[in-house]
Ligand binder design. Sequence first.
Ligand code: NAD
Length: 260
Amino acid sequence: MARFDGKVGVITGAASGIGRAIAEQFAREGGHAVIADLDLDTAQATAREIGALGPEAFAVAMDVSDEARVQAGIDAVGAKFGRIDVLVSNAGIQIVHPVHEFPFAEWKRLLAIHLDGAFLTTRACLKYMYAQKSGAIVYIGSVHSKEASRLKSPYVTAKHGLIGLCKVVAKEGAEFGVRANVVCPGYVRTPLVNKQIPEQSKALGITEDAVIRTVMLRDTVDGEFTTVEDVAAAVLHFAGFPTNALTGQSLVVSHGWFMQ
Ligand code: NAD
């Protein structure tokens, strides 16, 4: 029997990058992956490809920062499957500016997607998990949940904030059999990071190669990017842990950058 046989997992931002890899691995291990994303066309194409691996996958349109759309998306999952076993709160964006020039609207947009999004999806899924008396939530943090970076004030703030949210959900969820944990990746070559390289190059006045070597990979032990598969393996370790012992924790997956 596979680890997630018959389980239903909602993965936000799963049309691309890290979220897609998590959905794919979840499906390979028997679960119904729900691809919840702003980009419905890509989410539907992803669900078709992932559904071909075995268990039926499902795409829902969801802007995680919008209360009504989160509720509608989670209601659609409930109507289809009748249960939610796993939530991976993954959807995210990146915007870089120095603090003294950060546009307030951009600051608010980033916090809304990362923090409001994590809260709203958690709240909506807990209704199912509490009724079932079981569930696992995994937040995608970052090395920047632990450590600062120039140019990323709302991102660093939001990613630190997810650790606080996780700890509260772990405490409140325990009596209902719900666990919550955070995976904190180092740099992964996804569209989000590929977009950042030229932006950071311009903002810091260094070449793109220097951004990769001296900003992104400098503090790793081996100069390597983390992969989407590395992150998915850590997420599914948390999601599939067999007892309530593993909750309220954060795990850095970063080739040794930030050793706790
Ligand atoms: P990505 O850009 O490849 O994918 C992000 C996905 O989120 C996209 O499919 C996008 O459509 C979706 N999305 C964006 N805004 C949304 C919204 N409001 N509602 C629903 N979906 C939305 O990015 P990624 O690199 O895979 O990042 C995924 C997560 O991993 C993010 O939370 C990011 O902060 C985190 N992370 C990434 C890295 C990295 O190096 N790539 C490192 C650490 C943490």
